[in-house]
Design a protein around this ligand. Structure first.
Ligand SMILES: NC(=O)c1ccc[n+]([C@@H]2O[C@H](COP(=O)([O-])OP(=O)(O)OC[C@H]3O[C@@H](n4cnc5c(N)ncnc54)[C@H](OP(=O)(O)O)[C@@H]3O)[C@@H](O)[C@H]2O)c1
Length: 336
């Protein structure tokens, strides 16, 4: 044994609706000695993501369902403390799926080195990690934007949505964001260069889309689902692409997911609706990260880190911030 004590957050219950404190258990264990091929990582930042809500259900998705008692799944970035794996050395910074805990031992197969000369470590959960990569895969690979097209993104002030809008601008598109509240909408226009915004908490979606998209929508990048998706479908253009990235309005439903009633727009407009998971492009990630890093260095990608201090104890309340809209930028918990 190493004499290092690890603390973890484990799944203790299956929530109905929003997660509650009794769905979590806090544990501690001693870090065992490394076996041949293993790597010990000290986690510095834990990514807090809407997908975590789905991972709490007793249902396989694009990843297997967690069992009760498992360490909560999470993307992480951290530092290699010890290595019995020739691909990693002490002091390397790495990104991985190491969970809501302070230390993780793995065989290294899911670890990716993070070059902290290129960007600070937290960026590998933000523009050079899940947020930037999801926007890149969904907009460029699935949405295939062309200069002059109108791109509408929901959840626009969030970590994925803000990257989508900025990449759409880089590609020469007209960019419209849907977000909640005056502060987020002002940020999109003043700081990120969106062409127009709809504050869905203060303007009816149909009216907002008619006002901001008089020539219709060529790409709708959806992070929200439900009535937002329905309203956007009503305004899509011929050969539009509707990219299903997420449906955060539906994740805590106790009723069945609300499907779009306007789906026949896809038929009338010869349009395409396609979902995706950014994990499907892992082979292309290094090239995508290089491009994202260049845009970031050139000041074309800006998404604040929303960093929560307070260690693992902060995790249950931090997760809830995503569903109240209380986060501003990429939400993560700082451990070290
Ligand atoms: N397909 C993939 O590979 C992939 C990968 C990563 C993330 N995602 C998805 O991308 C979406 C955005 O994730 P993110 O990490 O960037 O989160 P985020 O947008 O940074 O944070 C979540 C935001 O969602 C909005 N929201 C919450 N509840 C809502 C509701 N009922 N109706 C409308 N808006 C609501 C809030 O913004 P407002 O204040 O504006 O309401 C909140 O700030 C999620 O759906 C997530 O599941 C998909």
């Amino acid at each position: 044994m190493t004499n290092i004590i690890n603390h973890q957050v484990r799944l203790a219950g299956r929530p109905e609706g929003l997660p509650k404190s009794s769905d979590w258990e806090f544990t501690e264990t001693e870090v065992p000695d490394l076996q041949d091929g293993q790597v010990l990582v000290k986690i510095h930042y834990i990514s807090v993501d809407p997908a975590m809500r789905g991972w709490m259900n007793d249902r396989d998705t694009y990843v297997p369902a967690l069992k009760l008692g498992d360490v909560m799944r999470a993307l992480t970035v951290g530092e290699v403390m010890a290595s019995e794996n020739p691909a990693f050395a002490m002091g390397d910074f790495v990104a991985g799926f190491d969970g809501v805990q302070e230390y993780a031992i793995s065989d290294g197969s899911a670890l990716m080195k993070a070059d902290t000369n290129l960007a600070p470590l937290s960026a590998y959960l933000n523009s050079l990690g899940i947020a930037g990569l999801t926007a890149y895969c969904g907009l460029i690979e699935v949405g295939t934007p062309k200069a002059g097209e109108t791109v509408v993104v929901s959840g626009a002030a969030g970590s994925v949505g803000s990257h989508v809008g900025q990449i759409a601008k880089i590609k020469g598109c007209r960019t419209v964001g849907i977000a909640g509240g005056a502060r987020k909408c002002a940020f999109l226009i003043d700081e990120l260069g969106f062409d127009a915004v709809i504050d869905y908490k203060n303007e009816a979606l149909d009216a907002g889309l008619a006002r901001t998209c008089p020539d219709g929508i060529d790409i709708f990048f959806d992070n929200v689902g439900g009535e937002v998706l329905d309203a956007a479908l009503a305004r899509i253009n011929f050969h539009a692409r509707v990219v299903i990235c997420g449906a955060i309005s539906q994740y805590n439903n106790t009723e069945p997911v609300e499907g779009p009633s306007n789906y026949l727009s896809l038929l009338i407009r010869s349009a395409r609706l396609e979902g995706f998971i950014y994990l499907n492009w892992q082979k292309q990630w290094p090239a995508m990260i290089s491009e994202l890093a260049k845009w970031r260095a050139d000041g074309k990608l800006n998404c604040p880190d929303d960093i929560v201090e307070g260690g693992l104890k902060a995790f249950p309340d931090t997760l809830l911030r995503l569903f109240s809209g209380d986060n501003f930028g990429k939400l993560m918990i700082k451990l070290a």
